[in-house]
Ligand binder design. Structure first.
Ligand code: ANZ
Ligand code: ZN
Length: 832
C-alpha cells in the first residue's frame, strides 16, 4: 500500500464522482441557507488567486450548513456582458460572443478543478438571451412603475471608450477602464430612479450584518443631510434666490451668495448684470470641467461677481453681493448657497482672496469642547486597540488640528451664537430651528445619491426594450416580444453612437401600438443592471415562463451570506438593494433586503508585498498552484493566510506548510486505520477541536479553525491514539476545507457513501473544560503547596496525589489528616 499523497489522482477522482451525483443540488423544503459569491466577470486572464479566496470561504460555509441539515443554495454563474470583450472585438475582430464563451469555458474548468460545491444546474450567463430576456423584463417593470425614465443630462463621457460612465465608474475624474480624462456631455439618457428609495436604502441598512466600512461607504454615497431652504430677496427686483443650507444657524454670517454657473436665474438677470461678457465667458469655462474638478477642495476657487445685482440677507438685512462660482453644483440642493466664510472652508477660501467680509457668528465652547474631544479621542483609540501612549499622542494631534481650524476659516462645528441679534446666546441646534422659522424658511432633507444612469452606447449589453414611434412616442416592447435579441450585423467601431444603430434589421421596426414605421432604442443597459438581480434568477434559473417563480424566490431569499470584494461597496450593492425594493413594491418579493450578511475578502498581495500585476511579473496563477500542490492545499492555504478581510501577501513557504499538514493527515489516517485505540486525552482534544472549528466557521474565522485542526493532528500523530469514530469526526470537520482529501480517506475507512452525506459532529461541553487547573493546597488554612490536576478530578485520586506532595509531607510533620476538605476545582484544605 502506498501512502504517497497523490493529490492529482485523488482530486480528479472525486470531482468526477461529485459531478455525477446530486450532492450539491439545492432542493426546496425545510430550513434553508443561501450562500453566495459575487459572480465573476470571465476575463481572458482566467482565475486569479482572489477568486478562490472568496469561493473557498463560501464553499466551507455551504458545506458546513449542509452537514447541519440545511437545504443550501450555493450557485455559480457569469457576469458576461461588458466592455473588455467588446474592446477586444474592436481590436481583433472577434465577436464578443465568441470571446466571452471561450473565457467562460476556461473559468468553468478552473472553478471545477478546485472542488467547490456549486449547484451547476443553476448556472447563469447574463449575456445569454435566456437571461437577458428577463433583464429586459425587469426594465419593463421599472418602466411601468415610473422608475425608468429618459432625460437629457450632463453625463460623464469617456472619449476614448466612446461611452457614458456611471459616477461609480469614474475615479479621480478618469475612466475606470482606460484612465482617460472624463468629460461632461449633455445626452438623452435612461435613468433608474434610485433616489426614490434613498431614505429606505439608508434606514434599512442598520440591522444588516455587514462590515462597518461597507455601511459607512453606503451612508456617504446616499449622503443624507438635514437642512433648510431659505429665501434671499434680490434688491430692487421681484426675484429671490433660494438656497439650501445645513447651517441656518450661521445665517447672520452669510456675507455673499453664490449661484452655480448653470443656475437658471443667471440668464434671467442678464439685463441687470453689467459685466455680462465676463459672466458668459466664465459659464463657458465651467462647462468644460467635470464635477470632480469643480468640487476638488485643493483647487483654487474661481468665480465672477454679478455686478449690478445685490441680495438681502433675511436675517441681518444687510445687502450682500452675488457671485457665480463653479464650486457650487447645479444638481445639488437648489444650485445656490448662502456663503458663510467664517464657518465654511470653501467659502473662506473664496472670500479671503476677494476682500469679502468675514463675520464670525458661532463661538465654540472651546475649553469644554477641547477637553471632551480629547478624552473622547483617547477612548476611541484605546477601543481600537492602541496603547495609552499612542492614543494620547493622536488625541493631542487631533486637538492641535482643531485649534488650527479655529484660526483659519473658523469653527465649523456647532457652538453658541454671536453677532446674530436676538439669537445671540442660543446654541446651534436651537438656533437652526428658530432662525429657519423666523425667516420663513422650510426644513429640507437632501440626498447626494443620484438616479442611476443606465444607458450605454455600446454593443455588448442587454438592449433596452423601447421603441420610438413618431405617432405614439416611447413604446415599451410588449413582454411577449422579449427578448430583444442582439443583432449580429453590426459595426463595432465606436463612433459615440450605439453600434446597434448600424444594424438595419435591429434599428428599423414596426411600432407595437400602431404598426407604423418606428425605431428601436439602440442603447444597451449598464452591465450593473444584469448583476442587480442575478441572485434572484439563481433561485429558479431554468424558468422560461418568468424571471423567477415567486414562491422559489421567497423561499431562498434573502441571501444568508454574501462574500466579495469591497470595490462593490457602493455600485453593485446599492443597485441590488434598490432593485429588490422596487420588485417588492411591484408585488414580486416579500422581503426588503437582498443580503443579510456580507463579508469582504481582503486583497491577496504578491510575495513581494506589492499588488499582483503582469507589469511586475509577480502574478501567482491558481491553476499552477493547484497542479503542483493540489486544490485542497490551495484552498487551505488561502484560508490559512490570515483573516478573510485582511490584505495579505502570498508566501510559497506557507503553501508548503499546509501541504505537509494534509500529507500528515493522509499518512496518519492510512497508518492508524488498522490500529485504532481509545484515549481520553484524544477524546477531549477532539471535542475541543470540533467546538473551535464549528464556532470559527460560523464566525468566518477560517485561519484559526485550521490551526486548531493542525494542533489536533500533531497530537494524535505523536500519541498514535485515536478511535475509528474519532478519526471519522475529524475528517468531517476537515472536509469543508479539504473536501477531496477528506472524501478519499472516508472511502479508505470503508464507506461507500460520500462523507458529505454525514452529519456535523456534536461536542460535549463538559469534556471541553478539560484543561489542567492549578489548585491550592492548604494545611489548616495556610497555603502550603499547589498542584496541577485535570479539571473535575475524582476526590480519591486527588487525595492520593496531594498526600504524596513533598511540601505536604514536610508540613504534615507526621500528623494525621483529620479531615480532607475539597472545594471542586478550587482548593484542598487538610485539617490536622
Ligand atoms: C451655509 C453654511 C455654513 C454651510 C457653514 C455649511 C457650513 P452637505 O452636508 O454636503 O449637504 N451647499 C449647498 N448646496 C450646494 C451646492 N449645490 N454646491 C456646493 N455646495 C452646496 O452640505 C450642505 C452645505 O453645502 C450647505 O450648507 C451649503 O453650505 C453647501 F458653516 O450653507 B452651507
Ligand atoms: Zn406608433
Amino acid at each position: 500500500m502506498t501512502t504517497f499523497y497523490n493529490h492529482n489522482k485523488i482530486e480528479k477522482k472525486w470531482q468526477t464522482s461529485w459531478a455525477s451525483s446530486d450532492l450539491y443540488q439545492a432542493k426546496e423544503g425545510g430550513d434553508k441557507k443561501y450562500i453566495l459569491d459575487m459572480f465573476s466577470y470571465p476575463s481572458g486572464a482566467g482565475l486569479h488567486v482572489g477568486h478562490p479566496e472568496s469561493y473557498t470561504a463560501t464553499d466551507i460555509v455551504a458545506r458546513y450548513f449542509r452537514f447541519k441539515g440545511f437545504n443550501v443554495l450555493h450557485p455559480v454563474g457569469f457576469d458576461a456582458f461588458g466592455l473588455p470583450a467588446e474592446n477586444y472585438a474592436i481590436k481583433q475582430g472577434v465577436h464578443p460572443q465568441e470571446t466571452t464563451q471561450k473565457n467562460i469555458e476556461i473559468f468553468r474548468r478552473q472553478i471545477k478543478s478546485l472542488g467547490f460545491s456549486y449547484d451547476w444546474s443553476r448556472e447563469v450567463d447574463t449575456s445569454s438571451p435566456e437571461y437577458y430576456k428577463w433583464t429586459q423584463w425587469l426594465f419593463l417593470k421599472l418602466y411601468e412603475k415610473g422608475l425608468a425614465y429618459k432625460k437629457a443630462a450632463p453625463v460623464n463621457w469617456c472619449d476614448s471608450c466612446k461611452t457614458v460612465l456611471a459616477n461609480e465608474q469614474v475615479t479621480d475624474s478618469k475612466c475606470e477602464r482606460c484612465e482617460n480624462q472624463v468629460i461632461q456631455k449633455n445626452l438623452e439618457q435612461w435613468f433608474l430612479k434610485v433616489t426614490e428609495y434613498a431614505e429606505e436604502l439608508l434606514q434599512q441598512m442598520e440591522d444588516l450584518d455587514w462590515p462597518e466600512a461597507l455601511k459607512s461607504a453606503q451612508r456617504n454615497w446616499i449622503g443624507r443631510s438635514e437642512g433648510a431652504l431659505l429665501d434671499f430677496e434680490l434688491k430692487g427686483l421681484d426675484k429671490s434666490v433660494e438656497v439650501f443650507t445645513t447651517r441656518p444657524d450661521t445665517l447672520f454670517g452669510s456675507t455673499y451668495l453664490v449661484l452655480a454657473p448653470e443656475h437658471s436665474l443667471v440668464s434671467e438677470l442678464k439685463n441687470q448684470i453689467s459685466n455680462w461678457p465676463a459672466v458668459a465667458e466664465y459659464i463657458k469655462q465651467a462647462q468644460n470641467k467635470n464635477q470632480l474638478e469643480r468640487t476638488d477642495l485643493n483647487k483654487d476657487k474661481t468665480g465672477v461677481k454679478l455686478e449690478g445685482v445685490m441680495a438681502v440677507n433675511p436675517g441681518s438685512h444687510e445687502e450682500i453681493p452675488v457671485y457665480i462660482a463653479d464650486y457650487v453644483m447645479t444638481n445639488y440642493g437648489t444650485g445656490a448657497i448662502m456663503a458663510v466664510p467664517a464657518h465654511d472652508e470653501r467659502d473662506w477660501e473664496f472670500a479671503i482672496s476677494r476682500n469679502i467680509p468675514i463675520k464670525y457668528v458661532i463661538e465654540p465652547d472651546t475649553v469644554k469642547d477641547v477637553r471632551g474631544n480629547y478624552f473622547q479621542e483617547i477612548i476611541y483609540k484605546i477601543e481600537e486597540g492602541q496603547s495609552y501612549e499612542d492614543a494620547e499622542n493622536q488625541a493631542l494631534k487631533y486637538i492641535f488640528q482643531q485649534i488650527k481650524d479655529c484660526v483659519g476659516y473658523g469653527y465649523n462645528g456647532n457652538g453658541k451664537l454671536i453677532n446674530s441679534d436676538k439669537f445671540d446666546g442660543l446654541n446651534s441646534e436651537e438656533a437652526k430651528e428658530k432662525i429657519t422659522k423666523d425667516v420663513k424658511g422650510k426644513k429640507k432633507v437632501n440626498y447626494k445619491i443620484r438616479d442611476w444612469l443606465i444607458s450605454r452606447q455600446r454593443y455588448w449589453g442587454a438592449p433596452i426594450p423601447i421603441i420610438y414611434c413618431d405617432k405614439c412616442g416611447q413604446v415599451p416592447v410588449p413582454e411577449k416580444d422579449l427578448p430583444v435579441l442582439l443583432p449580429n450585423d453590426v459595426d463595432f467601431k465606436p463612433t459615440g453612437e450605439s453600434p446597434l444603430k448600424s444594424s438595419k434589421s435591429f434599428h428599423e421596426v414596426k411600432c407595437p401600438k400602431c404598426g407604423g414605421q418606428a425605431k428601436r432604442e439602440s442603447d444597451t443597459m449598464d452591465t450593473f443592471v444584469c448583476s442587480s438581480w442575478y441572485f434572484l434568477r439563481y433561485c429558479d434559473s431554468s424558468n422560461n415562463q418568468e424571471a423567477f417563480n415567486k414562491k422559489a424566490v421567497n423561499y431562498w431569499m434573502p441571501v444568508d451570506l454574501y462574500i466579495g470584494g469591497m470595490e462593490h461597496a457602493v455600485g453593485h450593492l446599492i443597485y441590488s438593494r434598490f432593485i429588490t425594493k422596487a420588485l417588492r413594491d411591484a408585488g414580486y418579493l416579500k422581503f426588503d433586503e437582498p443580503f443579510l450578511k456580507i463579508r469582504a475578502q481582503g486583497i491577496i498581495l504578491a510575495e513581494d508585498g506589492r499588488k499582483m500585476s503582469k507589469r511586475w511579473g509577480n502574478v501567482i496563477n491558481p491553476d499552477q498552484v493547484a497542479e503542483e500542490y493540489g486544490a485542497d492545499s490551495l484552498r487551505l492555504y488561502e484560508m490559512f493566510m490570515g483573516p478573510l478581510e485582511d490584505m495579505k501577501p502570498w508566501n510559497t513557504k506557507g503553501i508548503i506548510g499546509v501541504r505537509r499538514f494534509l500529507e500528515k493527515v493522509y499518512k496518519f489516517s492510512l497508518e492508524i486505520k488498522d490500529n485504532f485505540n481509545e484515549d481520553s486525552a484524544t477524546e477531549r482534544l477532539l471535542h475541543k477541536t470540533v467546538k473551535k472549528v464549528t464556532e470559527d466557521i460560523e464566525g468566518i474565522k477560517f485561519n484559526t479553525a485550521i490551526s486548531a485542526m493542525m494542533v489536533f493532528i500533531n497530537q494524535v500523530a505523536s500519541s498514535k491514539k485515536i478511535s475509528g469514530q474519532e478519526l471519522e469526526k475529524f475528517l468531517i470537520i476537515l472536509s469543508p476545507f479539504a473536501p477531496h482529501l477528506a472524501e478519499e480517506l472516508w472511502s479508505e475507512l470503508g464507506h461507500n457513501e460520500s462523507i458529505f452525506r454525514e452529519k456535523w459532529p456534536d461536542y460535549d461541553s463538559k469534556l471541553i473544560i478539560d484543561e489542567e487547573i492549578t489548585m491550592a493546597v492548604q494545611i489548616n488554612g495556610k497555603l502550603r503547596a499547589t498542584i496541577a490536576v485535570q479539571r473535575g478530578i475524582k476526590e480519591k485520586e486527588l487525595r492520593d496525589r496531594v498526600e504524596a506532595l513533598a511540601n505536604v509531607q514536610k508540613n504534615l510533620e507526621g500528623r494525621q489528616i483529620k479531615k480532607f476538605i475539597y472545594i471542586e476545582d478550587k482548593l484542598v484544605n487538610l485539617v490536622v
